[in-house]
Design a protein around this ligand. Sequence first.
Ligand SMILES: Nc1ncnc2c1ncn2[C@@H]1O[C@H](COP(=O)(O)OP(=O)(O)OP(=O)(O)O)[C@@H](O)[C@H]1O
Ligand SMILES: [Mg+2]
Length: 375
Amino acid sequence: METGTANNSELLGNSIPIVELREIIKQVAPTDVTVLITGESGVGKEVVATEIHRLSKRSGKPFITVNCGAIPEGIIESELFGHVRGSFTGAVESRKGYFEAADGGTIFLDEIGELPLQTQVKFLRVIENGEYMKVGGTKPEKVDVRIIAATNKNLEQLIDNNSFREDLYYRLRSININIPPLRERKEDIRIFFNYFVDQFCSRNSIDFKGMAAGAMDYITGYDWPGNVRELRNFAESIITLNRDKKIELNDVLKHLNIPKQDQYLPAHINGYKQQDERQLLFGALFELKKDIMDIKHQLSAMEDMKSSNEPENGFYVSDEKIDNITFDEFEQELLTYYFKKYQGNINKIADKLKISNRTLYRKFKLYGLKNGKVY
Ligand SMILES: Nc1ncnc2c1ncn2[C@@H]1O[C@H](COP(=O)(O)OP(=O)(O)OP(=O)(O)O)[C@@H](O)[C@H]1O
Ligand SMILES: [Mg+2]
């Protein structure tokens, strides 16, 4: 259970569903009507519940969040409704339940689908007439509480499985606020991302170096299966790991565990639905051009090696070898050479080869070059 008056968390977003959502919240907040909030995990159900309380006449009173899925079945009734002394072994004192603690305010029952069937009957009674019985109690208690429930489950399916009462469902459903997943309101992604970045950077005194355009395009086009929560975690962790540099598309892909070769495949192209297709093509062409340039540089380096006649002064690959060597073998030879030359000092080698320490570290691992030296 979390208690306290609702915090000042803002309900962000400019997409049509969010604008409509704000309108509905404004209408329901001043009333005492019971609200059911539905939507996938991480879409902002708790944010909406908090906002309803904040805009209600109960805002100065308690806002109590109860996660029904986190309370063991055996004690849930006593937790919700309280118990009287001696009502069961171990009940040495009477105990207030969450409903009583929320009196005058709002109770937010999260994961309502997890409520055991027999508790659902009692819950329905509180909704209907504000009455409940303490465990072991003999007379009904009265409470003045506004009820908000939430679930990411399909309650109709739970009814079919006989784990949710139909009457409770119809009672709850009269005002149902459904929050669409982030992938259906992609206009909001940029707003959320910028907000989370600003908030995180100012809290942690980080001087944000910005995002490359391609990186931002990917973020705003991505589907975010974990919704706003995933986006928030992503924003905070990518900044933590790249605090000294501008964030590039590659950092984003790596962070989202998207293999480089998959970034333009149809599954991810879905993410670009609202983007200009030409932009996508330019992106692909740009990558291609970069790859060609890389190969060109490597080839000319190989040519130089071939014509170099000073094996003892530098990196050297013999003539017979160079005609059959693969790109990876060449890279391995080159890195092994510098590894030995600089005694595994990653900073020096990275500087010499103009690649990042991170990439170099990865390649050393790949080629089994272990360094006990500076990293
Ligand atoms: N509209 C919004 N404005 C600001 N922050 C939001 C918004 N929607 C979600 N968030 C943020 O996203 C995170 C997840 O939101 P929340 O906990 O409300 O999701 P939820 O739907 O209750 O998820 P779950 O089903 O997993 O409990 C929180 O950090 C919250 O602050
Ligand atoms: Mg929640």
